[in-house]
Design a protein around this ligand. Structure first.
Ligand code: SAH
Length: 363
């Protein structure tokens, strides 16, 4: 570990305070952030509107250090998955999903995950640690540098749907979001940043006081008994309590919570589940995202058939609930929802021909 201060850890107020403590004007935070995030620069010497002696001082005490790219895979559908190595050797994954008019980056908030959802491959590796805000925003920073270098559209939307439970790493996630939304960094509007949670109720309550980004809830079942089997966190925070917190978060306006529902063959995909779900969501400003299950090694689950998913969606539709089926993206490179594992085992080696080793040192 280096002793240098990684500036990616600071949102603007923290950066201004740090600068002030070194006898610099706080407004320099704006200049620095523009170089770091908008120009993707990690070399202080290139920051030409900053006086040379101060640039030299910065280089001596600070650094701009993103995660290191150890593998870069491109799916046949154009999505890209990056395996990123952190300073302590841990590895995480981020996924880039380009669509007409938008480019979404799915990022991780923890190394592994503690929630142990039975249908998620991240759960199988257990929990290692929380990511720092530098490691969270660093995923966006490194992605944009690589995308710009390749002439691909930069990230327009960020979703916390990679590895980990963002609400169990609250402070670091909030700092990273503040940077994403800052006009001197990425200026992403609240609609373009989505937190996806399994429903950590106290943190959901706190979220409402802290931010107004978009919210997605991983519901996956219409009753507590079934949900507890799929999402063990439900034992602690039951459905009614979680939906209450979501309702309060989105408030009375036009905002809606996205309900995520993974379609598991013969488990939660029957007509009666759809009808119960429709009933449950009456009075919750929401839209439903049906996610066809993405398999991974040793899972006991199977994906519902396309016909079953369509039927499920129709039942919700007829009850007046806006429902879309999430298009599976990047499954040929194990980059789809629930397939992120962050290791570098055989799954990835199988696709060796798709792996482009890059060194992350892009000018
Ligand atoms: N912990 C957060 C964010 C990570 S999961 C959460 O629970 O929301 C992001 C989404 O992918 C969640 O809705 C999750 O339930 C879903 N998911 C997990 N495993 C999946 C799988 N194997 N197939 C399809 N979706 C999955």
């Amino acid at each position: 570990m280096s002793d240098q201060v990684n500036l990616l850890n600071f949102d603007r107020p923290a950066l201004a305070a740090w600068l002030q403590s070194r006898g610099e004007k706080p407004f320099r935070a704006q200049q620095l952030m523009k170089w770091i995030y908008q120009h993707g620069i990690d070399d202080f010497a290139a920051m030409t509107n900053i006086a040379k002696p101060f640039r030299e001082e910065l280089a001596a005490v600070a650094e701009i250090r993103g995660p290191k790219v150890v593998a870069d895979q491109e799916s046949l559908d154009g999505s890209r998955k990056w395996l990123l190595e952190l300073q302590d050797g841990n590895r995480i994954e981020s996924v880039y999903i380009p669509e007409p008019g938008r480019a979404t980056l799915c990022i991780s908030s923890q190394v592994g995950c503690a929630l142990n959802c039975s249908f998620c491959s991240t759960a199988q590796q257990g929990f290692n640690r929380n990511l720092t805000s530098a490691e969270i925003v660093g995923q966006l920073w490194i992605a944009n540098r690589l995308l710009v270098a390749a002439g691909q559209p930069p990230v327009s939307n960020v979703v916390f749907m990679g590895m980990g439970e963002p609400l169990l790493n609250f402070d670091q996630v909030m700092t990273a979001i503040a940077i994403m939304q800052d006009d001197f960094a990425y200026a992403l509007s609240k609609r373009r940043v989505t937190i996806s949670t399994a429903g950590v109720v106290p943190a959901l309550r706190r979220l409402a006081e802290t931010t107004d980004v978009s919210l997605a809830l991983s519901l996956h079942a219409p009753d507590d008994e079934l949900r507890t089997q799929l999402v063990p966190l439900n034992r602690k925070y039951a459905i009614a309590e979680v939906l209450d917190a979501c309702r309060d978060y989105v408030g009375e306006g036009r905002r809606r919570v996205t309900i995520e529902y993974v379609m598991l063959d013969g488990v939660n995909d029957e007509d009666r589940h759809a009808r119960a779900l429709a009933k449950l969501l009456q009075g919750v400003p929401s839209k439903v995202n049906l996610i066809p299950f993405n398999p991974f090694p040793r899972t006991r689950y199977h994906r519902s058939s396309a016909a079953r998913i369509e039927r499920f969606r129709d039942i919700l539709h007829r009850s007046g609930i806006v429902t879309i089926t999430r298009k599976t993206r990047g499954d040929d490179i194990d980059a789809a929802c629930g397939q992120l594992a962050g290791d570098f085992a055989d799954r990835t080696r199988r696709r060796e021909r798709l792996i482009v080793e890059v060194n992350g040192d892009i000018a």
